[in-house]
Write a new protein. Structure first.
Length: 644
């Protein structure tokens, strides 16, 4: 029976369920999961636009953003890369196409991060589906377990934070698990053309984050594995050859530039040497603890590493020579202290699996305090259930061993250097896959009252809980978040003060005071923390306290040039020009290439009446930073005063 094209069941026919008809056109769980996670990410991005964090002002985010702007202006150096360039060039491309707007790349990162949730779902479904014959898992149980793993990624707090800021972490995670997923879902060796494509993808991604190269052993093993048809060795050899060709072609923009343009033998970036030294030195603690002479922050650290290496050599160095200088120091330390180095590796392993969050940017805390991201899961929960799940996956699923292998390979990539929250974030999708697998099998065992099969998983869960929750007792580590949050609040207060928003500035300084005081309660012998408190007291007008903190800074670190500079500024304000000159000279002796310090020295000398010396200092400042108007104005003032 039909009416206007709509068919109704007649006599003897079962009624038509419209939900079943709609189900035929349903896009499927993967699309719904993508939409759900994308909605969560877009809410966070919308909230980010209402905070000062959309435009980066410091740290690694500023490093990439500033590099992208310099690329757009055409002021690039013909030197070997000292920092992986891909993300900076991606940002420059987005800015060129859409204008200077960080919202666009962060929007695309939200898409990629939602795609990672889909990959988690698809890989988990595949692993559980291969078990349904032996374990009797229903399709609904499989989908629910896989969807729970994917949604856990959507509400994983560090993932939410790093998806909405200008950092390349999201890109690495998506490519990492896309490649791993291609391996997991295959039952035959990697075909030659796919090996070429995946090699090219890994090579390109390595120009942004080089740790993805540690996936290559997984791909090599995939090329060599046997299938039921026993493929010939020649086919495996062709796949390996094309894989190598793909990686070589993918990384070619870096090594071609370094070898043939800069004429410096660097494969990707020359900053690997300083990272190796930071991770392997007498003061190393498994996290990025900077040795004396190196300041925190990527831009400052890279600059310090070059100047320190050149000062030690006594002449300018190529980037490869700088890298070799630091890596040689690290190897000499390892050779001289093998036992201490093995202990350090154990500490790095503990740090890698610890529930303690060492977020060197403190971006997670900052975004939570500004209510940009919602509360959710942390690494401790993912690692506990993920470690237990890895044990079950290894025992129950041959395909799942590729996931376990990917996790372990990424861990191996970090052991030569150091561990941070963003560095270990790429393993979390694998941990969630393993957690979903293990919890689904546990649910099945409990539902069937097969308690004996649940015992190994519960034992692994207990062991994982001990490993992950092992306490972190170093007080300086607990001070990190408070210190970074205090620095951010201090800078926001300064910006508000410069714009005349005094109430907002006062609130920023009050929050900075609370944060830095809390950090000081954990550790009071840190030079940077004492310096930050000195800056806060200086901007608040509490000059005697500021001087006291600067003096303490110099007692801890006698080469802290910014403390000398700030003391010189205070002396300059007090018209104690001789004392100001003394402080500025100490600062210049430590950092001779700081244009601002030469400019301040010129002001002090001019106030003393030493015009010739003042002109020499301001000329030095202009040579170092020629486009600074106040430098040019001071030179004009000195010249005009010298005329009869």
């Amino acid at each position: 029976m039909r009416w206007r094209g709509i068919r109704f069941p007649g006599k003897g026919h079962p009624p038509v369920n419209p939900l079943l008809r709609l189900k035929r056109y349903s896009p499927g769980p993967a699309v719904y999961l993508f939409g759900a996670v994308f909605l969560v990410r877009m809410v966070a991005l919308r909230r980010l636009t209402l905070t000062p964090f959309l435009l980066p002002a410091r740290g690694d985010m500023y490093f990439y953003n500033d590099w992208a702007l310099r690329i757009l202006s055409g002021s690039t150096e013909h030197l070997a890369f000292y920092g992986l360039p891909l993300y900076a060039y991606l940002l420059a491309g987005f800015y060129k196409a859409f204008g200077y707007n960080p919202f666009v790349p962060e929007l695309i990162q939200g898409v990629l991060d939602s795609g990672t949730a889909v990959l988690i779902y698809l890989i988990t479904v595949h692993l559980l589906s291969r078990q349904d014959r032996d374990l009797g898992l229903s399709p609904k149980t499989i989908r629910v377990g896989a969807a729970a793993a994917a949604l856990a990624w959507g509400f994983f707090v560090p993932a939410a934070a790093y998806s909405v800021i200008l950092m390349p972490t999201v890109w690495l995670i998506f490519v990492f698990w896309f490649v791993t997923g291609r391996i997991v879902r295959r039952e035959t060796p990697l075909p030659a053309m796919e090996a070429l494509f995946l090699g090219l993808l890994i090579g390109v991604t390595a120009m942004g984050i080089a740790t993805i190269l540690f996936l290559l052993p997984l791909l090599l093993a995939d090329c060599l594995r046997r299938s039921r048809s026993q493929p010939r060795l020649r086919r495996a050899g062709l796949s390996i050859l094309l894989l190598a060709l793909g990686v070589t072609a993918g990384t070619s923009p870096c090594w071609v530039h370094n070898y043939f343009v800069a004429r410096d033998p660097v494969f990707l970036s020359a900053h690997s040497g300083i990272n190796f030294w930071i991770g392997n030195n007498p003061d190393a603690n498994g996290y990025p603890r900077f040795p004396p002479g190196l300041h925190a922050g990527q831009a400052a650290m890279l600059h310090d590493s070059i100047t320190a290496a050149e000062s030690a050599a006594g002449h300018p160095l190529k980037r490869a020579e700088v890298s070799r200088f630091w890596s040689t120091k690290a190897r000499l330390y390892i050779a001289a202290h093998p036992v201490d180095w093995v202990k350090l590796l154990v500490v790095k392993l503990r740090n890698f699996w610890s529930a303690f969050r060492y977020d060197d940017l403190s971006i997670v805390t900052s975004l939570r305090e500004h209510q940009v991201i919602w509360p959710g899961l942390g690494f401790g929960i993912a690692a506990t259930f993920g470690l237990a799940g890895m044990f079950v996956v290894w025992r129950k699923s041959t395909a799942g061993r590729w996931v376990v292998g990917a996790i372990l390979l990424h861990m191996a990539a970090l052991l030569p250097v150091f561990v941070t929250e963003r560095y270990r974030l790429p393993i979390v999708p694998g941990l969630l896959i393993c957690a979903g697998f293990g919890l689904t099998l546990l649910w099945q065992s409990l539902a069937e009252r097969d308690y004996l099969h649940a015992v190994p998983y519960l034992a692994a869960l207990g062991f994982a809980l001990i490993v992950v929750s092992w306490p972190q007792k170093n007080p300086s580590l607990w001070a990190l978040d408070s210190y970074n949050s205090g620095i951010q609040s201090l800078e926001l207060g300064r910006e508000a003060l410069e714009k005349g928003r005094r109430a907002e500035a006062a609130a920023g300084f009050a929050l900075a005071d609370a944060k830095l005081t809390r950090a000081f309660a954990y550790v009071d012998d840190n030079a940077e923390l004492n310096f930050a408190l000195g800056e806060l007291r200086q901007v608040e007008g509490r000059i005697p306290e500021a001087k006291s903190f600067y003096a303490t800074t110099l007692q801890i670190d006698p080469q802290h040039e910014r403390a000398f500079t700030n003391l010189g500024l205070l002396a300059l304000d007090e018209q104690r020009y001789g004392l100001a000159e003394s402080f500025f000279r100490h600062s210049i002796a430590v950092e001779p290439h700081n244009a601002k310090t030469h400019f301040l020295m010129a002001k002090a000398l001019l106030a003393k009446g030493e015009r010739d010396s003042a002109r020499g200092e301001v000329e030095m400042a202009i040579a170092l930073h020629p486009d600074q108007p106040e430098f040019q104005n001071l030179r004009s003032e000195i010249i005009s005063d010298a005329r009869p």
